[in-house]
Design a protein around this ligand. Structure first.
Ligand SMILES: Cc1ncc(COP(=O)(O)O)c(C=O)c1O
Length: 470
């Protein structure tokens, strides 16, 4: 054979790429779920689809898309199912964001997800789909300060009242708080900033008893540490700004539908969810009739996000689906470093207490170990990397500590590669009364730490130098 002869082709077709990832492991799904093959260009990484709208093939195609006729296998649908209607406009969905939505759906174990512009937009869209003027929501008291502000200001102005249960394990307190107008129970997996983990199974039992959907903010847990649907949640919300995107570069949020709430049974028990179960106009089918188990997500997308408009930029959607590719690796490191630093901080003379449920000394340690598992040594529970530390000396101690840090960034933010510190009493909780902050445990000496991916030795040196000033 001359050196220029091309060897004969052995004609065996290449294996078909996988297109349904749900039966694969978490680490495989975080890399692949939701990706699509671009047959025109062969691009390997799903690209940023910057287009406000979509062309219609012809007049009838436009009619069909507006009528919500399923797009079938054309690939030109928004949502996770071929039953989804054809795409109309990027305010409802976009192929780049769809990669992120389907990846997160797979990681959380839900049936569909809707990406939105921020975590606050996710909480709002999730709850506005369930509740309207005159309705009521019951929440655990220990939640992110911004969510409490959202509930106390905008929700109130829209006529949706939120009441709080202070002890999530007190079933009678839940029963007292829930009224015929209640439309949802709301909680966080690992509350920000106290790290006082919620017993989801217990709260889910209360929700089931009252035919209420349980909405859980899993921003700090992430599906790498806890999959809230497996503990009885029905809807999961995220600030994807944090660990999911992972690098502190893009604001975003998402609502994930567990597909496990019985809307008809709730309706029969007297709790109505018109955006899901009612016909949008006489003679038209309800979301439940059209989309079955994924009806809630469809209502979030079509009836709330499309109306109000908190759409995620496809640019941020790209950063989100890329960030999720390394989620479990980053979370392992975040957690190991947090365990090392929380245990070390607890021993320091300048520290009064460390609010990290993963520590054996924490009152919620047994619950934390049950729901989040333990580290390789079996000594600590894996409750994320956002926690509180109380330094001695009150606000003066806190000021010295914050000013003494050089690697930790002084900023509002959590859950990215960098370590961060903030003083909740004078920032996230500054608008609350002294009584409320006392009750929430937001004391003058409390600092919120978010442990990043830097060397633990460097972080502990930084913390030591700051504690020397306290
Ligand atoms: C638990 C939690 N939920 C929601 C949010 C709000 O997210 P975003 O800042 O993306 O609107 C935050 C922000 O810190 C948070 O910590």
């Amino acid at each position: 054979m001359s050196p220029h002869t091309v060897p004969p082709v052995v004609s065996r077709p290449a294996a078909k790429p996988v297109d349904a990832w749900d039966s694969f492991g978490f680490d495989t799904r975080q890399v692949h779920a939701g990706e699509f093959a671009d047959l025109n260009s062969g691009l390997r990484v799903p690209p940023i689809a910057l287009s406000a709208g979509y062309v219609f093939d012809d007049f009838d195609d436009q009619v069909n898309r507006f009528a919500g006729v399923p797009a079938g296998a054309s690939g030109r649908f928004v949502g996770s199912a071929e039953a989804s209607p054809g795409a109309i406009y990027s305010r409802q969905g976009n192929p780049t964001n769809a990669v992120a939505e389907q990846r997160l759906t797979s990681l959380e174990g839900g049936v569909d997800a809707v990406a939105v512009a921020s975590g606050q937009a996710a909480i709002s869209a999730a709850l506005f789909t369930l509740a309207q003027h005159g309705d009521h929501i019951v929440s655990t008291a220990s939640i992110y300060g911004g969510t409490r502000i959202l509930f106390g200001r905008s929700f109130k102005r829209f006529g949706i009242e939120v009441d709080y249960v202070w002890d999530a394990e007190d079933d009678a307190a839940w029963d007292r708080a829930i009224t015929p107008q209640t439309k949802a129970i709301y909680t966080e997996t690992i509350p920000n900033p106290r790290n006082d983990v919620t017993d989801l199974a217990r709260v889910a039992a209360v929700a089931r008893r009252h035919n209420l959907p349980l909405v859980v903010d899993n921003t700090i847990g992430t599906p790498a540490l806890i999959r809230a649907f497996e503990h009885g949640a029905n809807i999961v919300v995220h600030s994807t700004t944090k660990f999911l995107t992972g690098h502190g570069s893009a604001i975003g949020g998402a609502v994930v539908d567990g597909g496990n709430f019985d809307w008809e049974a709730a309706e029969l028990s007297g709790r109505s969810y018109p955006l899901i179960t009612a016909a949008p106009r006489p003679g038209a089918a309800s979301m439940l009739d059209r989309f079955g188990a994924a009806a809630y997500a469809r209502a979030v997308r079509e009836a709330v996000v499309n109306d109000i408009g908190p759409t995620l930029s496809p640019f941020n959607g790209f950063l989100l689906h890329q960030g999720m590719e390394t989620l479990s690796l980053r979370m392992d490191r975040h957690v190991d470093s947090s365990i090392a630093l929380a245990s070390w901080l607890e021993e320091q003379a300048e520290v009064e207490a460390v609010d990290y449920a993963g520590l054996p000394s924490h009152p919620l340690f047994a619950l934390a170990a049950r729901d989040y598992g333990v580290n390789a040594q079996g000594t600590h529970a894996r409750t994320g990397s956002v926690f509180g530390v109380r330094v001695r000396g009150g606000i003066d101690g806190a000021r010295e500590f914050v000013n003494g840090l050089r690697i930790f960034s002084r900023m509002t933010g959590i859950g990215d590669t960098r370590s961060m510190v903030i003083h909740p009493l004078t920032s996230t909780h500054a608008s609350f009364t002294a009584e409320l902050n006392d009750r929430l445990g937001i004391t003058p000496g409390l600092l919120r730490l978010s442990i990043g991916l830097e060397s633990v030795a460097d972080l502990s040196c930084d913390l030591r130098a700051a504690l020397d000033r306290v």
